[in-house]
Design a protein around this ligand. Sequence first.
Ligand code: GLU
Length: 497
Amino acid sequence: MSALNNGVRVRIAPSPTGPLHVGRARTALFNWLFTRANDGVFIVRIEDTDRIRSTEENLRSILTSLRWLGLEWDEGPEVGGPYGPYFQMQRLPLYQEFAQRLLRAGAAYYCYCTPDELTAMREAAKRAKMPFRYPGRCRPLTTKQRAAYEAEGRRPVLRFAAPSTGSTAFKDLIRGDITFDNTEIDDLVLVKSDGIPTYNFAVVVDDITMQITHIIRGDDHIANTPKQLLLYKALDASPPDFAHLPMVLGLDRAKLSSRHGATSVMEFAELGYLPEAMVNYLALLGWAFDDKREIFRKEELVQHFRIERVSKTAAAFSIEKLDWMNGYYIRQLSLKELAERALPFWQKAGLVPTDQVPTKTLTYIQKMIPLIQERVKRLGEVVELTDFFFKERLTYDSALLIGKGMTAAMTKLALAETKRVVENLSLFNSETLEIQMRSLAESLGLKTGQLFGAVRVAVTGRTVAPPLFQTIAVLGREKTLDRLTEALRLLDTLPSK
Ligand code: GLU
């Protein structure tokens, strides 16, 4: 997608240490919407410096999630771009270059303190009930002292020589003016002893060299922003604009976790949420157009999204609301579209072949769809709702055939008579069937619920199913008769009371 590029360059920087979760998907969406609304360039950059937790599988899953949501990127993995590479581990020489710049400017220094020494300092701070800040012990080291440490075999980290006076302020596009006292800012580590940069340093180098104009990220990063601003200053680079998005929490106001159910985008996809519903719902996590309208297609979001309208307070993720919205989008689909989208769910459940789907099956599915469209909130539900249509043999507890106030003998008679109705029906459709079945109930002296209940279990194997007569019409005469016959056989095997 080539954008008009008016200079706006926006990025997301996921770490492949896990799949894409709801919170970060929402952040990705807001970045994407902001970019598209401003004719900018949307960049995906991968923060893969955590060598232990970063995996290829997580990377694939993140990219698949973004594509599933329709958040195509203009630069980044798989598509490349003029500011690459887009993986931090391939950018190490660049961080070294910037580290040298900071060293030359006197804004960084090598620190030889060992982990044990740092632990001792941390414990001393704890005893004194003071927050720990690296006290700058290695700042004044002379070349000779450094050489001595090196001779001892110590491998240094590179630290930022953070200013100890003054304050750092910025105007957040969502939260307004924010000021941090510089005393709160530590001499943070920029490059670890293994040569790998830390997040705060790498992100600044990347954002400078990729000419990022707007950083839109979760407000869990807000305390990092002054550190990064000080690095921009030390590097004599002008910083981008910042917008910190409110957190996404569970309805119980706790951090979203597996306790709240599905949390990763691909889990939602597998359950049968539609990407358009997911995008619409994610957009409302912290953003609103007004206090009424909730349904927005992606193009409409691009049109209406304003970063200034993002809320400052945490958003609550409600699965009920998402279900409602997903049901809405499912009902908006044409029968053909719904059939196409539901097909993989039947295939995954082994009800429909995965390679060549027989035309007969497709026609059968087309007939089934109107019966379920109003009833499903997630595509995954179609499997349970319709498996009896596909199965050769039903398995159910035969006691279910005998409804309330019925006996085995009454049920047998009812089903035998139903068989006769089905056999003799000249016009095999739901309307005719319903008329005949209603009069059958009357002549047998049964309530319609009693008769229909027994028939429903016989033909679907369950007590709750799509509308009975339409179901029978789709199932067809032959299958219906087979199932009634089988139900009668089952009734014969029940011990008579
Ligand atoms: N990897 C960080 C995250 O996903 C990037 C933060 C940033 O955008 O600066 O939270």
